[in-house]
Design a protein around this ligand. Structure first.
Ligand SMILES: Nc1nc2c(c(=O)[nH]1)N[C@H]1C(S)=C(S)[C@@H](COP(=O)(O)O)O[C@H]1N2
Ligand SMILES: [Mo]
Length: 326
């Protein structure tokens, strides 16, 4: 039976994304079959119904190169989990809400405005940003402040490459990122008491650290809306909330910028928010984390200082009391 056909793909080709595509193509086939009517389907019509699936994926496929900054050896979190267990409060407060509600985010046309302490303000079109540097595959551990984690194959290039193009002035000591905000599109944003737009920020050296990724995709494809399309920041040694999604403004500033979670609850969320197993959140421990998607007996693991990226980032915090600057 044709509906069963995708399962004929050899299991060696079933990557987490491959399995997800099979699931989608099966679903699309069913939808296509309904659209074609109850009339018996001619063989060539069936082929057409299946074919567009490949086209749809081809449009979102990104050309990538491998990266020396990738993390290896850990099992990747499945595409399904990465795209259905999200925090994106503009689209609702439950983990499943962004996947359901972010479909209306208008990701084209899209521009990123650069302002503040720069030689001159600039606006970049997303399609030019995509071409600015070769896109790298970078697998990173992703550790949320709520003590869960994933392993995600992101696609992007170092934020530092973008910052070079922005020509910041010597007075620029911090970078602030602002997310897209339109309460007509993001009708769910009223479910929380956040002051929109979502804002995050980094000290300049953190922003320039090669690990900090300007991120356009995951699993080799453009970002799904719920993961922060069309462009987000990823800072693998910090808690997930530092990584602003769907960025529209990059602002270079002299003083530490105000940031969403730090403003909301400064005792719970510091500006730095480096992953640190020895500094607990006031309401829960940060010593351990639950890896999403693993069987329950294998989920819990020790959290690593700087999420395991200490070799590359610890020197930036030398002499700083990380209990005070949490
Ligand atoms: N604009 C915006 N960015 C955001 C958030 C948000 O609610 N809005 N949530 C943050 C939090 S708390 C986390 S843990 C990560 C989650 O990223 P993910 O859904 O891709 O795993 O996005 C961060 N970036
Ligand atoms: Mo988070």
């Amino acid at each position: 039976m044709l509906i069963g056909k995708p399962s004929a793909i050899p299991s060696s080709e079933i990557t987490p994304l491959g399995a997800y595509r099979q699931f989608l193509s099966r679903r699309r086939f069913l939808r296509g079959a309904v659209a074609a009517g109850a009339v018996a389907l001619a063989a060539d019509r069936v082929a057409q119904v299946i074919e567009p699936d490949k086209v749809a994926f081809a449009e979102t496929r990104l050309q990538t190169v491998s990266s020396p900054l990738t993390t290896t050896g850990e099992q990747l979190t499945s595409f399904a989990d990465i795209t259905h267990y999200n925090n994106f409060y503009e689209f609702g407060v439950d983990k499943g809400d962004p996947a359901k509600n972010a479909g209306g985010l208008p990701t084209r046309p899209w521009t990123v405005k650069v302002e503040g302490k720069v030689a001159k303000p600039l606006t970049f079109d997303i399609d030019d940003l995509l071409k600015l540097r070769p896109l790298e595959d970078r697998v990173y551990r992703h550790r949320c402040v709520e003590a869960w984690s994933m392993v995600i194959p992101w696609v992007g290039y170092s934020l530092s490459e973008f910052i070079k193009q922005c020509d910041p002035l010597p007075s620029a000591k911090y970078v602030q990122f602002l997310s897209y905000y339109d309460h007509h599109v993001e009708k769910w944003s009223g479910e929380s008491t956040i002051y929109w737009p979502y804002s995050e920020g980094l000290r300049m050296d953190e922003a320039l650290n090669p690990l900090t990724l300007l991120t356009f995709g995951l699993y080799g494809e453009t970002l799904p809306n719920q993961d922060g399309a069309p462009v987000r920041i990823v800072i693998p040694w910090k808690y997930g909330f530092k990584s602003a999604k769907s960025v529209v403004t990059v602002r270079f500033v002299e003083k530490q910028p105000s940031t969403t979670w730090n403003d909301m609850a400064p005792d719970e969320y510091g500006f730095y928010s480096n992953v640190n197993p020895s500094v607990d959140h006031p309401r829960w421990s940060q010593k351990r984390e639950r890896r999403i998607g693993l069987p329950f007996y294998a989920q819990w693991r020790e959290t690593l200082m700087f999420n395991g990226y200490g070799d590359q980032v610890a020197s930036m915090y030398q002499g700083m009391n990380l209990r005070k600057y949490y």
